[in-house]
Every structure is written in structure tokens, then in C-alpha cells.
Design a protein around this ligand. Structure first.
Ligand SMILES: C[S@@+](CC[C@H](N)C(=O)[O-])C[C@H]1O[C@@H](n2cnc3c(N)ncnc32)[C@H](O)[C@@H]1O
Length: 269
């Protein structure tokens, strides 16, 4: 009954009722909502603050209503057994995610210089993946490599899972909230692309917990070189300093790779 619902349950239900956030993991909404309710007693204000936060960490990046069904139909119609068949369509789809889109001009260079420097990559975990798994045609992976991907959006990960199945790549996609739980797949490479600034807006300790906890031989950790509106505002220097703080106390090998739109670090654990 409505009267027995806690303020947090009412907040989650209200946020889930909005078209923009109905596919966001309820556990993630509850985590953010609990923080916002703790700051103010007013439920309406906490709902608004929660939506603002969700916008900052995910909603701002995605087109309002991605048509995943139509994309899948087109992917099915285009795929002839070779990932390269999908390049033009993958590029078109990746444009729908602002963060993934920023990488498109450097896509080939990005993956060939980072993954090409490693021994054959047989498994990848893409954390907070957005639409980045659609970049598979540009990734120099070993034949038969597995790809695992997770994000807070239920509909996005369902789409990514279908995409992986369609192209015959083993692995899978699932809903995650890495603020609460670090994925434990054992992989050659974990991609942590432009995720840490999103996590640390909500929990300052989350970046360190994630990098320490991932069960990967190599991490690719990246940061945006510009904000969504294209203004630089000294971001790369701030992010680089933060990255080095996150590496303190570890004797991991770090290689820095600067691209026009992204600053990346290849970390060998
Ligand atoms: C800046 S975008 C980066 C997307 C992708 N990694 C890329 O670089 O193309 C951040 C992504 O992380 C996801 N995200 C935010 N918070 C998350 C969390 N707590 N757990 C898992 N994913 C999260 C968002 O939904 C969004 O897709």
C-alpha cells in the first residue's frame, strides 16, 4: 500500500516513472536517491536532485530515446559474418552516445595503439560500457575473444547483449552498479573508459575501489579531454593528477596515451 512505502521507495518509483530514467537500474536509483534524501527531508526536492544526478552520470550522454529495436534489425540485415560488415552502421549507432561519439575520430588509432601493444587479448570487460561495444570491429582482439560489458541502463545492456550474440562473440552484457559491486570476471583487459569522473561525483572512493578490485591483467583507464559542451577548462590536467593519486601505493606499470579527445592510461597490474 502506498502509505507503507518508505520515502526512498516512493522516490525510486517516481524516478522510474519518468520516460528518461525508467530503464536505469532501480538499485542505482536507490543508491543515489538515499544520498539525496539524506541531504534534505523534502521528497519532491530529493526526486529532482536524484534526476539531476542521473543526468550527470548517464542521461546526459544518451539520446533521449534510442531505438534499440530498429538498430538491431538493421544490424541483423547488415551482418554477413564479418565484423567489418558493420563498420558504417556501428559508427552511426555510436553517435547516439555523446561519450562514445567523442571517440569516433580517433577510434582506429585508439584501439590499435592501446590493444596492439599487448599480448593477444582473449577477453575484455567493458565497465560502464555505453555504446562502446559497437567499436568491436576496430579492436584488434585474438580470434574467439570474449567480451563482457555492463552499465546501469537495462535497455542498453539488453541491446549490447543482442549485438554480441548476433556477431557470435561470447561473453555477455548485464546491468551493474559498480559503486556497489566491482565485477569479478577474470579478463586480459578491463576498459574503464571515461567512467571514473562519473563514479566519483557520487562516491569519491569509488574509482580506487574499482581499479583495485578489477580482476584484469591490464586496465585501460581514460578521461575526457573536453567537457560535453566542448570546453576544456583544464580538465586533462585535473584528471591526470587524479589518476596518479589512484595509482599511489601500487607498483603497476603505467603507459600514458594522449589523444585529441581523450587521455588514456594503460595499466599493467
Ligand atoms: C561517460 S560515459 C562513458 C561510456 C563508455 N565507457 C565510453 O567511454 O564510450 C559513462 C557511462 O558509465 C555508466 N555509468 C555511470 N555510473 C555507473 C555505475 N555506477 N555503474 C556502471 N555504469 C555506470 C553510464 O551509464 C555511462 O554509459
Amino acid at each position: 500500500m502506498a502509505e507503507q512505502e518508505s520515502p526512498l521507495e516512493r522516490l525510486v518509483a517516481a524516478v522510474k516513472a519518468s520516460a528518461r530514467y525508467r530503464h536505469v537500474s532501480a538499485a542505482f536509483i536507490a543508491r543515489v536517491g538515499a544520498q539525496e534524501l539524506a541531504k534534505r527531508p523534502n521528497l519532491k526536492a530529493a526526486i529532482k536532485a536524484t534526476k539531476d544526478r542521473l543526468h550527470q552520470v548517464g542521461g546526459a550522454y544518451l539520446e533521449a530515446r534510442p531505438d534499440y529495436r530498429a538498430w538491431l534489425e538493421r544490424l541483423r540485415a547488415t551482418f554477413r559474418g564479418n565484423l567489418d560488415d558493420l563498420r558504417p552502421l556501428s559508427l552511426e549507432i555510436m553517435r547516439a552516445h555523446a561519450s562514445t561519439r567523442e571517440r569516433l575520430p580517433i577510434l582506429a588509432e585508439f584501439y590499435s595503439s592501446i590493444l596492439g601493444a599487448l599480448p593477444p587479448v582473449r577477453s575484455v570487460l567493458d565497465v560502464g560500457c555505453g555504446l562502446n561495444p559497437l567499436a568491436l570491429p576496430w579492436m584488434p582482439l585474438a580470434g574467439g575473444a570474449s567480451y563482457y560489458a555492463c552499465d546501469i541502463y537495462e535497455d542498453l545492456v539488453a541491446f549490447v547483449g543482442e549485438f554480441l550474440g548476433l556477431v557470435g562473440v561470447s561473453g555477455g552484457a548485464w546491468v551493474c552498479d559498480v559503486l556497489g559491486e566491482v565485477p569479478q570476471q577474470k579478463v586480459d583487459v578491463a576498459l574503464v573508459l571515461k567512467l571514473i569522473p562519473c563514479l566519483e561525483q557520487i562516491d569519491r572512493a569509488a574509482g580506487r575501489r574499482l581499479l583495485d578490485g578489477l580482476n584484469a591483467n591490464h586496465l585501460v583507464v581514460s578521461f575526457p579531454a573536453q567537457s560535453l559542451c566542448g570546453v576544456r577548462k583544464g580538465m586533462p590536467a585535473t584528471y591526470e593528477a587524479r589518476f596518479h593519486e589512484l595509482m599511489e601505493g601500487h607498483d603497476w606499470q603505467v603507459r600514458r596515451l594522449a589523444f585529441s579527445s581523450e587521455l588514456a592510461f594503460l595499466v599493467s597490474k
